[in-house]
Write a protein that binds this ligand. Structure first.
Ligand code: AGP
Length: 585
């Protein structure tokens, strides 16, 4: 997934504005960056490998510019493969995957290409189509017919002012000004200039020049009108403030975000669960951390409303799509609302009449917009690649939905669910204080040199053991593995060596017995529970949350992962090989 940003207008510092805006999108991809500027009709390009955050450069005078931060899919991290790509009259940036690019590359003549990317092939295809006499918008429409895969592209054409953009499956948003227009993959890039936006939808194209934006259907060319939307994002929410990294800021944001997540009226909650209640079979669809949230939610519904909901990671769902039909409910959970594996399932599910409930952090995302019912988690912009506040907000909302699902059988359940969550939110608010973070940091110092870590949990804490592993893996690069507490003795316990750190989530008697089995083999037990058991070598207290334990228990692990990364001198916000939202399959 990549960051795209462009401006067309009167400001003569277009290149510098794009540089600044791309830095706000760096979390979307940070292998390399590139910027094209148009000055007196001439298009010039600067591109480099590495992160854009530290780049200081004056791009001089230009009123039109576009740029890109890359998360490599096709071709290594090299200057040549960085975007923008220029071919003939075309200069282009791209987010997505051109699945059949090799076939088209061969047709055009592989020897004509400088890079290994699929993107350069799109530029060449457009240039060839222009050569046949097509206008740029016609050429883009023709090229879109040939491209298999999801994409968002921005195109500058030599000799024709303005920029063209088209999307099919990857996000593009316009920021509107009187005499200028911005286009970006995400709003923070232009938020300081305007909060009036238009969303480019799938299979749509737009031509921008100055304050003009002309929208059209990417298949037919028919004109489209777009209404202006005012977004109420606060700039500081998208900034770190006094925190050193977005990850630690967003961990502390959880003092407020859990309470915000459940701030929905009963009618909307009932509408959401009605979609479940009227279905004959339901699937949670998500990826990564969001998938672990759905696994915890499976326990919430089973225990609270007695409903069995299938949980399948989105990438594995094709094997089960034969069971999806007009009676199926698909519950999609996605922070970004742009994860390709999730969107693919929803798009195909919609075609067979499945009903979609979406829980996202971006109300105007593709997942939110395809849904029949959408519940925003209202966690504010989450920029660190490691998802923290979104995960606990998603869990809180799922927990409340399980109580909403029980309302018919036990009137007053929604209020009961709110009470539990409000008390959980306030205990977490107390927990998230600098002393607690320092205590976690002290434990991180004791285990930072370990190459392996194991985490066990039972019930909804089992998916939290899996989520703990993701957090620790993705920011500290330590090999961490989560297990169901009861599963350990059936194989994985062979991995236990002297002093290996094991996080034990929970203090129920069975889990404590499992912890003793680990301790007997020399493991260092770090307990994360409301009470300190004798078996714990270290103890990270969490509040007792009346069934919502999963929400509180992941917080000390988020802090532990963050401090492990810092102690190892790593950047917790932009870990290697990752990107914030994976909009490619
Ligand atoms: C979480 O820490 C990871 N960054 C990753 O697993 C993420 O949860 C996953 O890619 C899903 O993203 P989404 O919630 O935006 O769909």
């Amino acid at each position: 997934m990549c960051g795209i940003f462009a401006i067309s207008g009167e400001r003569e510092t277009a290149g510098n504005i794009v540089l600044k805006g791309l830095k706000k999108l760096e979390y979307r991809g940070y292998d390399s960056w590139g910027i094209a500027i148009r000055d007196a009709g001439k298009i010039s390009i600067e591109k480099q490998i590495g992160k854009i955050s530290g780049v200081k450069k004056d791009f001089g005078k230009s009123t039109e510019s576009m740029g890109h931060t890359r998360w490599a899919t096709h071709g290594g991290v090299t200057n040549e493969n960085a975007h923008p790509h220029k071919f003939g009259k075309i200069t282009l940036v791209h987010n997505g995957i051109f699945e059949n690019f090799l076939e088209v590359k061969k047709e055009i003549g592989a020897e004509k290409f400088k890079s290994e990317t699929d993107t350069e092939v799109i530029a060449a295809l457009l240039d060839e189509l222009l050569e046949t006499g097509l206008e740029p918008d016609e050429a883009i429409r023709e090229a879109a017919k040939k491209i298999v895969g999801r994409f968002a592209i921005l195109v500058m054409v030599e000799g024709i002012p303005g920029l063209f953009a088209a999307r099919r499956g990857s996000p593009l948003i316009l920021g509107r000004g009187k005499t200028e227009t911005f286009i970006a993959s995400d709003i923070p890039a232009f938020l300081e200039y305007t909060n009036t936006v238009n969303y480019l939808d799938d299979n749509e194209m737009v031509y921008i020049s100055g304050g003009t934006a002309i929208f059209s259907n990417l298949k037919t060319g028919d004109p489209i009108t777009k209404r202006d939307i005012t977004v109420n994002w606060k700039i500081e929410e998208a900034e770190k403030g006094e925190f050193e990294h977005f990850m630690i800021k967003e961990i502390f944001d959880q003092k407020d975000t859990i309470a915000r997540a459940i701030n929905h009226d009963d009618e909307l909650l009932k509408k959401a669960v009605k979609l479940l209640q009227e279905s004959n079979g339901a699937y949670f669809i998500a990826c990564g951390t969001a998938h672990k949230v759905t696994s915890a939610a499976e326990y919430f519904f089973a225990e609270i409303s007695g409903r069995k909901i299938n949980v399948v990671p989105a990438g594995e769902m094709p094997s089960f799509e034969k069971f999806v039909n007009e009676e199926t409910a698909l519950i999609a959970i996605s922070q970004s609302g742009e994860t390709a594996d999730v969107l693919e399932i929803l798009e195909r599910g919609k075609k067979v009449g499945a009903k979609i409930l979406a829980i996202t952090n971006v109300e105007t995302s593709s997942v939110a917009r395809i849904a029949d019912v959408h519940l925003p988690i209202q966690a504010g912009v989450e920029k660190a690649v490691a998802s923290t506040k979104a995960a606990t907000a998603q869990m809180a909302l799922c927990f409340l939905l399980a109580y909403a699902d029980a309302e018919n059988i036990r009137p007053g359940s929604i209020n009961r669910g709110r009470e539990i969550l409000r008390s959980t939110a306030s205990s977490i608010n107390d927990l998230l204080n600098p002393r607690y973070a320092e205590y976690v940091e002290a434990i991180a110092e004791k285990i930072v040199d370990r190459r392996n870590m194991f985490i066990i949990g039972r019930g909804a804490l089992y998916p939290m053991a899996l989520e703990s592993a993701i957090k620790i893996q993705e920011v500290s690069y330590i090999h961490a593995q989560g297990f169901a507490a009861g599963e350990l003795k059936h194989g994985p316990i062979a991995l236990i060596e002297k002093r290996v750190p094991c996080l034990v989530l929970g203090d129920d008697s069975e889990t404590i017995s499992n912890a003793m089995e680990l301790k007997a083999r020399g493991a260092r037990i770090i307990g994360i529970a409301p009470t300190r058991a004798d078996v714990f070598d270290e103890w990270l207290r969490v509040p007792d949350c009346n069934g919502a334990q999963a929400i509180a228990s992941i917080i000390p692990v988020q802090l532990l992962a963050y401090h492990l990364a810092i102690l190892k001198g790593l950047d917790p916000d932009m870990p290697r090989n990752l990107a914030k939202s994976v909009t490619v399959k």
